[in-house]
Design a protein around this ligand. Sequence first.
Ligand code: ADP
Ligand code: MG
Length: 244
Amino acid sequence: MLLETSDLTKRFGAITANDRVDLSVERGEIRGIIGPNGAGKSTLFNVITGFHEPDAGTINFDGTDITGLSPAEVTQEGLCRTFQITSPLEDMNVYKNLLAAYTPGFRIPEWKRERADEILELLEIEHERETKAGDLSGGQQKLLELGRVLMLEPECIMLDEPTAGVNPALQERILEYLGHANESGTTLIIIEHDMKVISEITDTVTVFDQGSIIVEGPFNEVKNDPQVREAYLGSDTDGMEALI
Ligand code: ADP
Ligand code: MG
């Protein structure tokens, strides 16, 4: 297993956002994470990537116990993430945002510049190179955030709703690029409400409800599972319609 959580638990006061979660992801997978709003999906990402300390349980990544490591240390281990709400360095232009994914302030070697050029081209945002990140559209900011993560060439990327609020053309581009990254060996774990996206690119889907994993399997099986339908029925999540 590349990533394995065991009994992972996170509470916020009376709320148990993650309740003894055992998640296992194999190297090379594209794993989908779905479930109604408030099910604990983003919290799981926050705990795994060091933004929240778990109340109990362990996280193993690529043979290393990463429980309790800081976000920067988790990144160093080769596990990167993007956020549901993106936060680029707004006053910096797109190109510098990409370069800043590396240790800012240090001299930037030529190969990093080349890598940034390559990513701008692949994501088709070369023309926005000099644009301040804060002036990009929401969809373009998502692309930039993805670009910043890709600069690091991580073993595994965790994406929190990478296509939310993105127009269909841009959505296709993001998916295509994620597909390429996966083909070249990057493991992907994706939280997504858009069931079309989930059915298109994932190998296995893990369904969360009320802090726990309720079902796991290929999307086509999972979507017909009575427990999954019941979880979505009681919610106002966008994904519900596509599922039912
Ligand atoms: P999802 O991403 O599946 O929609 P979240 O992980 O964001 O769900 O939230 C799970 C539960 O934890 C919700 O009840 C939410 O209100 C709560 N929660 C998440 N983050 C915090 C926080 N920082 N402080 C307090 N409660 C939180
Ligand atoms: Mg969320």
